[in-house]
Design a protein around this ligand. Structure first.
Ligand code: 5AD
Ligand code: SF4
Length: 487
């Protein structure tokens, strides 16, 4: 994954946590001691990181506690991503490493979770013999049974996709967290069928989670000291949940407001938005609620209408531009970010240039940028030849990265002199003398520690310098010059 803002890059991030010996309380109030341990690594999208926390919770109920040390673990899990070939290659390399550990400690179980489990099914288990367990994204409740089967030397495989599963009632065990920011999964699957994308095949049909459980998870998090939640889904704007008793339908805009009303000090973010589904009501909610961040991740994928049609994105360049204009009209102070794919099937140089001009026009503060990677089984793999040579895809990607870097640098330069409300997430990676946190635009801000403020506090930071990825500043006493579109 190429990302103009490395601070947001989830690539290769692993979730590791050490809580062996701790006691966890079940939903029914009974205490379950951890007598076994699991080690988990997560790859890919935020949804996978969120799913790993559901898995951790399910395993906790069966007496498995998390460990950071794979050498002592009874169970080694990898939550996988299939979105690009490179992601799958990384997972295979890790599985080889895990098998070396298993050789030293026979009896250790190795399991593959997530999208690769769904895509490759029994192949990893039977042909490649790399793992003991293969569990798809909708089958995590079955993990305790599958573990029993695998321990008894039977096949531990469940890759059934569901039309209903949302894990609504499962309270995620927060892994490797800062105690300040958390993800809340609000829906699963995707019905969009973008032609390049494997997600509809690996994560199944779209379904929305019960709104009450989302609001209560946000409320619990606030009570525990969390100050920011990110509502997650492959396409959050198509969230739609009907209350079975009242028949009232909760739209995404309504859900945003419900979560924002949990507490004014609980910041709300969301990802990902599909341009075709984001509504004015969502934009008004952002405008009207100070705690809903002025930040929209609105992937364009390509700036050219013919390519967008081949991608089955259901909008064209002009339509997308109208949507971005509408965002800036309703929320003038909004940061918009994007996902971009270069070298999609049959893309010409002129069509590629349309993507470069779009980055400049839309003024993305940041983008996630990739070259096209054909995924077996997708619409594109079946219909269009993957005919752009790798070096051309990579050269176009380098050009896209270059333009985005310029635009991000400009975007961040404009922030110099402004004061932003920043939520302190912890000390910076580079120095314990600096705090890090994000502003409403989801930009990382670094500023010297002031002892009277701690992790989880909001502070006002005046920006005095910036680069393409980060803002730097100092804490000031109050809201001096926050550019605001909110009343
Ligand atoms: N090749 C390259 N990038 C892809 N993405 C999805 N599928 C592919 C693929 N086959 C990118 C899209 C999507 C992001 C999560 O990953 O830009 O928005
Ligand atoms: Fe994939 Fe498109 Fe669904 Fe995103 S909206 S997960 S790119 S099919």
């Amino acid at each position: 994954m190429y990302n103009s803002n490395p601070t947001l890059d989830q690539k290769d991030k692993t979730i590791l946590h050490d809580r062996q010996g701790e006691v966890m309380t079940t939903d029914k109030g009974a205490a379950v001691p951890f007598d076994k341990s699991f080690y988990i690594e997560s790859y890919g999208c935020q949804m996978n990181f969120s799913d790993s926390e559901i898995v951790a919770s399910i395993l906790g109920q069966s007496g498995y506690g998390p460990t950071r040390n794979m050498e002592v673990a009874d169970l080694i899990l990898i939550n996988t991503c299939s979105i690009r070939e490179k992601a799958e290659d990384t997972v295979r390399r890790r599985l080889t490493e895990f098998n070396k550990v298993k050789k030293q400690k026979p009896g250790t179980l190795i399991g593959v979770l997530g999208c690769m489990a769904e895509r490759l099914k029994d192949k990893l288990l039977d042909q490649e013999k790399l793992v003991d367990l293969v569990v798809g994204p909708d089958a995590y409740r079955d993990l305790p049974n599958l573990l029993k089967s695998a321990t008894d030397g039977e096949r531990g495989l469940n890759v059934l996709l569901s039309r209903e599963e949302t894990y609504a009632d499962i309270s995620p065990m927060r892994l490797d967290n800062n105690g300040v920011t958390a993800f809340i999964s609000i829906m699963r699957g995707c019905d969009n069928m973008c032609s390049f994308c494997v997600v509809p095949f690996t994560r199944g049909r779209e379904r929305s989670r019960n709104a009450f459980t989302i609001v209560s998870e946000a409320t619990d998090l606030y009570t525990q000291g969390y100050r920011e939640v990110t509502l997650l889904g492959q396409n959050v704007d198509s969230y739609k949940w009907e209350n079975p008793e009242t028949k009232e339908v909760v739209s995404f805009a309504k859900l945003l407001v419900l979560v924002a009303e949990v507490h004014p000090n609980l910041r709300v973010r969301f990802s990902t938005s599909h341009p075709k589904d984001i509504t004015d009501e969502v934009l008004y909610a952002i405008r009207d609620y100070e705690n809903i961040c002025n930040y929209i991740h609105l992937p364009i994928q390509s700036g050219n209408s013919r390519i967008l049609k081949l991608m089955n994105r259901t909008y064209d360049r002009d339509w997308y531009m109208d949507k971005v204009s509408r965002i800036y009209e309703i929320i003038p102070d909004c940061a918009v970010t994007s996902d971009i794919i270069t070298g999609f099937c049959s893309e010409t140089e002129e069509e590629h240039v349309d993507t470069l001009t779009m980055i400049k026009w839309a003024k993305y503060s940041m983008s996630y940028m990739f070259f096209y990677s054909e995924r077996p089984g997708t619409l594109a793999a079946r219909k269009y030849p993957d005919d752009i040579p790798l070096e051309v895809k990579k050269r176009r990607l380098a050009e896209v990265i270059e333009v985005q870097k310029e635009i991000s640098t400009e975007h961040n330069q404009k922030d110099i002199g402004n004061t932003y409300k920043v939520l302190i997430e912890g000390t910076s990676k580079r120095s314990d003398d600096d705090y890090k946190g994000r502003n409403t635009h989801n930009k990382m801000v670094i500023f010297p520690v002031v002892d009277s403020y701690k992790q989880g506090d909001y502070v006002y930071v005046k920006i005095d310098r910036s680069n393409s990825a980060t803002l730097f500043g100092t804490i000031v006493a109050h809201e001096e010059s926050i550019p605001t579109s909110k009343s």
